[in-house]
Design a protein. Sequence first.
Length: 998
Amino acid sequence: MAWTAKAGRAIPAGMKKGDHLFLVDGSGYIFRAYHALPPLNRKSDGLPTNAVLGFCNMVWKLMQDARNTNVGVVPTHFAVIFDYSSKTFRSDLYPEYKANRSAPPEDLIPQFGLIRQATVAFNLPCIEMEGFEADDIIATYSRLAREAGADATIISSDKDLMQLVGPTVGMYDPMKDRQIGIPEVIEKWGVPPEKMIDLQALTGDSVDNVPGVPGIGPKTAAQLLEQFGDLDGLLARASEIKQEKRRETIIANADKARISRELVTLKNDVPMKEGLDDLVLHEPDGPKLIGFLKTMEFTTLTRRVAEATATEIGDVQASAVTVERADTAHGPDVGAGAPPRQPIPESNGAAKPAVRGEDAPPQGDTPSLLSALRLEQGTARKIDPSAYTAIRDAATLKAWIAEAREAGALALDAETTSSDPMQADLVGVSIAIAPGRAAYVPLAHTSGNGDLLGGGLLENQIPVREALALLKPLLEDRSVLKIVQDMKYDIVVMSRHGIEVGPFDDTMLISYVLDAGTSGGHDLASLSEKWLGHAPAVKKELAGSGKNAIGFDQVDIERATKYAAEQADIALQLWQVLKPRLAAKGLVSVYERLERPLVPVLARMEQRGISVDRQILSRLSGELAQGAARAEEEIYGIVGERINIGSPKQLGDILFGKMGLPGGSKTKTGQWSTSAQLLEDLAAEGHELPRKIVDWRQLTKLKSTYTDALPGFINPGTNRVHTSYALAATTTGRLSSSDPNLQNIPVRTAEGRKIRTAFIAEKGHKLVSADYSQIELRVLAHVAEIPQLKQAFADGADIHAITASEMFNVPVEGMPSEVRRRAKAINFGIIYGISAFGLANQLSIPRDEAGAYIKRYFERFPGIRDYIEETKAYAREHGFVETIFGRRIHYPEIRSSNPSIRAFNERASINARLQGTAADIIRRAMVHMEEALDKAKLSARMLLQVHDELIFETVDEEVEATLPVVRKVMENAPMPAVSMSVPLHVDARAANNWDEAH
DNA sequence: ACAGAAGCTTA
DNA sequence: GTAAGCTTCTGTT
């Protein structure tokens, strides 16, 4: 640690190669600390000090880290830089610069001065300069350090400073403990540091009021700079930009871009009083620093500093003395680092298996006995990760394989580098043959310091190809059951390695069939806690999370073995507990017909993916950006200030505070509601602003959620988008889709539908869309046995018109659309477990009027009231409802004494029978579909499911033959398990894109 | 970095 | 009034 006497300024040879200058962005840090930390007031007089404490902790930690760690970053020079005032030369350039800054919060103001005092107390130079921002001073010192051959680290995460990053200048974000170098800048912004100025000139900055070019965000800016080199190149050749609107805005806003560039360019020749020599880092002066900290009443930090500097706290004067614990100040280890770690206490007592109140006691029949016995065994057994072994040679693996064959069943778990099975590289495989007898086969663990060529593969691992060749016959052996938690993931991964794993049982799906709706998820950790009373190792603790995560391939093999083998062991033990319960509860056929066979079907759909046209999305994105920018300007014009329109809080303040519009409801946190519904109502009353806000929201929603996000999901290997379907995520039996969610692609508005045109068929192919018409109402007509509805569906009539006709005694012929609309809302209301409140909301009518509608409806369709009452009674009695195929959906809270919770569960259970039955029907269709297409010698492939719709891709020539097969399979899906008393109807169409096919 | 609220998209 | 997932903002560690 450099410990240099302050050199006289007359001697210039201060900083040299090897030195390292730390530049703390004091002003930036003050705001972050203030907002990140809870309010804190000095006990003796209530002086606000949270930002001061945050600042002191950060500086102290930085100084400690710097001298302790071996990362090689040891500061020899150190400065804390502040803004002098908000008025700088930039205000002369552009009067609006930072003009929208509001005054700092009341309780932050006194802390500015205190933080400067703190800096002095730390014996650090405290630097500011009138007319310049802290950023300019940092730029100046960075340059001086570079020219002296020294390194510099800027302590900040402000993007405005990233233009300074270079080979010898880095940044460090102390709050996230993250280094920012050239690669990180490129990763975050898509351009190297030297192009950050041009990027910011294009994007602008709403916080600082730098205009930029409207509608150009970081993604577009990076792409343009890539294409044209720099801002000048771009402006000179703007006429070459392909996208019409973008070209026009850039040409029109060239001046804004130029002035923005001036604003964001940091001045690196600020005439500083203090030279580099004045920034030499000095040892903190213990008593001086402790005096300050005591004055601030920071007891913990005072104690730490006292320990590290061997200062006796009692010897130090403070203006406001606090009672200090007497156990400090004994250690002599100056600069020896952080205080000794407290030993972590042993985790508290053994977890107990949750006993499930809903479970019936053993009945005496075999399945119930077995299931009770297994449960007892499961909870009694210990799980001991130290007993697991790593299989590191072919001979051992062969022995395990032989043992598994003998057993006839094994649990399996693939370890990979990614949660996306389409991108995951196989790292290892774990297997379990009997409870506690589990092993891990590491295949591709690396030392973590391998180069890009894949070096660093650890020794004593069976080569992937060899291990998979040995495992393949076992994994494909029809006489050996494979037990897996979440089989779909493993199927996708293993099939990419040419292995078709089967037959299998999936513990996640068994749990889902048994316990959908009961508290707790169906993931392995939840199930292990619930059934085995054991909390398994957590992957995050091995591999980290977020930005700091490492691949599982970099986890050391010993730790990986404990984790991975345990996963397989738990899956096996869960299977032993859960599988017998299926038979005990009569749920085997639900599992075997609706769940298990769907797994490979969905795995294939996910692997196929769907083709998405990048150009269409990028064009749409540009259009949306411009539309949004236009709306934004109009809104600013009306409001008179540049608020953040995306902030409901600010929006509420403006609309209902400043502008005095009649505020409707408040949200549960007490904020004004700014929902679309409410804004529409205001617009209907003739207000101009709410309409524009609704428009802006639509445009930005479409842009951020769809046109900007979807291209990022295009798999570079397949050039298609592969969603992930969750089989056990909903309570009702529906699937869900994520990463990306392809079940909520817009369709209602013309603008939104354009996004569907980007989902396209391959050349020479068509997309086929087949969707069930009114499936939930048909299910309702069937289960509630409503004669009029059954007849209407049998006749192929307009169901909402018939409903209206029955209710209001008006003929279907010439019916006003408003009458039909109300009947339609009631029909949907029934499916959702109707309430007068909800119907009133939906139709914007008074609640008693809605109540009268419902009453009338029940008079005309008494069977529906009976159905609703039966469902509620059944759910209350059993704690679950069932679909017509026997799927159970639990509502444990239906007996709640809280009326609103109870009512909610009643509505949900009414809906679940209908939604769940519809979900079962389409599941059956999906399970039957592949064989039917195969039999008809058709090559159509199922790609997507959207609850009541299936999307296929097929060659042009087979379109006509495919449509009737698809329709038939879907319409007959309930058969032969159930014969419905209402026909199902499917509409199917083919086109080049999803919009036209739907 | 993460969690919750608000808002919006779908069936 | 049912069932989902994603983005942005906001507050906090």
